[in-house]
Ligand binder design. Structure first.
Ligand code: PMP
Length: 404
């Protein structure tokens, strides 16, 4: 017998499993709308020109070597990443009171951030985190692994396919002081529903009055509107109001660096002195987890952010990706309307970012997979980035069939 005879088969990951199903599907019409990655109009992965150019510069650089990075990662990358998020004129940047460490993309930032909070929140604070309902599936496991009790706040309203703002505020007002509040900075995954600027102001008040600890997960800066500054408005609102907060950044989507695992974790503190001590403790979280982060992705991102020419090219390509996704919303919406599919589908246009949360039921989604070879997560989330001008009409036809 094996030592591991008692080990049970784990269920496949609900999101990664979609791509496995799509791969195994022999039908030529098959569509993969589960994947959270940008695709070109031809359905192909896209490596940004700015990224290719940065890579070439790195390879040609005689100063390049493969030594270990510091525990906290590439210092130039860290500086540029936090500045990208908060803005150069941010009081926190100007006063040098942000502790930043490189992270294994957005997931790693969340994991290290959760571990830091769990260890270093004042002992009188509860270890409770509030997550939106629904949220990215991994959030729960990440915070649970770090010892948090996971609670949800109302977020998505199935009736309007918009924000349940009243429910959200009521749940946050009932949260014990010192609880961690996880907020999606923009382009909420999976719903595509974000608070309005006015609602963000109210959320700032609720957070600050309830003495909650904001943890912004920013996986889609620039990917929502096409504009890096506009997409960071929620985080900047909180920082500019003087709040201390935690921020996770990912360069997976906005720079297309998915597999490079380029990300950052920042803790915005009241003073430079506090930030210095916080950074020293972040390193103690990282060291026994993975010692130090990988260098290539951060080197690329640092060049793309730091070189004025590459930066301009990146912003142009980012706008291009965001615009193509917005165009797919329009094409899908028009096709649904043209087919007289029952219901108000204007949410397809209103929702923000890579995903649309359609409200289709599990049986409807299952039929999309089995009959139409449209692969998606069974919560009805579709990746708009996986559509093209030719596949959007096919999807509309499939949706019209399964919901009638
Ligand atoms: N947070 C959210 C909300 C996400 O959607 C994702 C990616 N799907 C992540 C974090 C983490 O992504 P990564 O680790 O690839 O940066």
């Amino acid at each position: 017998g094996s030592t591991w005879d008692h080990v049970q088969q784990a269920p496949p990951d609900p999101i990664i499993g979609v791509t496995d199903g799509w791969r195994a599907d022999p039908d030529p019409r098959k569509l993969n709308l589960g994947v959270g990655a940008y695709r070109t109009e031809e359905g192909k992965p896209y490596v940004l020109k700015a990224v290719r150019e940065a890579e070439q510069q790195i390879l040609a650089d005689p100063a390049m070597n493969k030594e270990y990075l510091p525990i906290s990662g590439n210092p130039e990358f860290n500086r540029l990443a936090r500045t990208l998020a908060l803005g150069l004129s941010s009081p926190a940047i100007q006063q040098n009171r942000v502790a930043t460490v490189q992270a294994l993309s957005g997931t790693g930032a969340l994991r290290v951030g959760a571990e830091f909070l769990s260890t270093h929140l004042p002992s009188s604070f509860p270890r409770i985190v509030y997550l939106p309902s629904p949220t990215w599936g991994n959030h729960k496991s990440i915070f649970a692994k770090a010892g948090f009790q996971v609670r949800e706040y109302r977020y998505f309203c199935a009736g309007t396919r918009g924000l349940d703002f009243v429910g959200m505020v009521a749940d946050l007002k009932a949260a014990p002081p010192g609880s961690v509040l996880l907020l999606h900075a923009c382009a909420h995954n999976p719903t595509g529903v974000d608070p309005s600027p006015e609602q963000w102001k109210q959320l700032l008040e609720v957070t600050s009055e309830g003495r909650l600890i904001p943890f912004f997960d920013m996986a889609y800066q620039g990917f929502a509107s096409g504009d890096l500054d506009a997409d960071a408005a929620s985080v900047r609102l909180f920082v500019d109001a003087g709040l201390e907060l935690v921020l996770g950044q990912s360069f997976a989507k906005n720079m297309g660096l998915y597999g490079e695992r380029a990300g950052a974790l920042s803790v915005v503190c009241k003073s430079k002195d506090v930030a210095t001590r916080v950074e020293s403790q972040l390193k103690l979280v990282i060291r026994p987890m993975y010692s130090n982060p990988p260098m290539h992705g951060a080197a690329i991102a640092a060049r793309v952010m730091g070189d004025p020419k590459l930066n301009e090219l990146w912003k142009e390509e980012l706008r291009g990706m965001a615009d193509r996704i917005k165009l797919m919303r329009k094409v899908l919406y028009d096709q649904l309307v043209a087919r007289n599919v029952p219901g108000d589908w204007s949410f397809v246009l209103k929702q923000i970012g890579m995903f649309s949360f359609t409200g289709m039921t599990r049986p409807q989604c299952e039929l999309l997979v089995s009959k139409w070879h449209v692969h998606l997560t069974l919560d009805g989330r579709i990746s708009m980035a996986g559509l093209s001008a030719t596949t959007a009409p096919y999807l509309a036809e499939a949706i019209a069939d399964v919901i009638k």
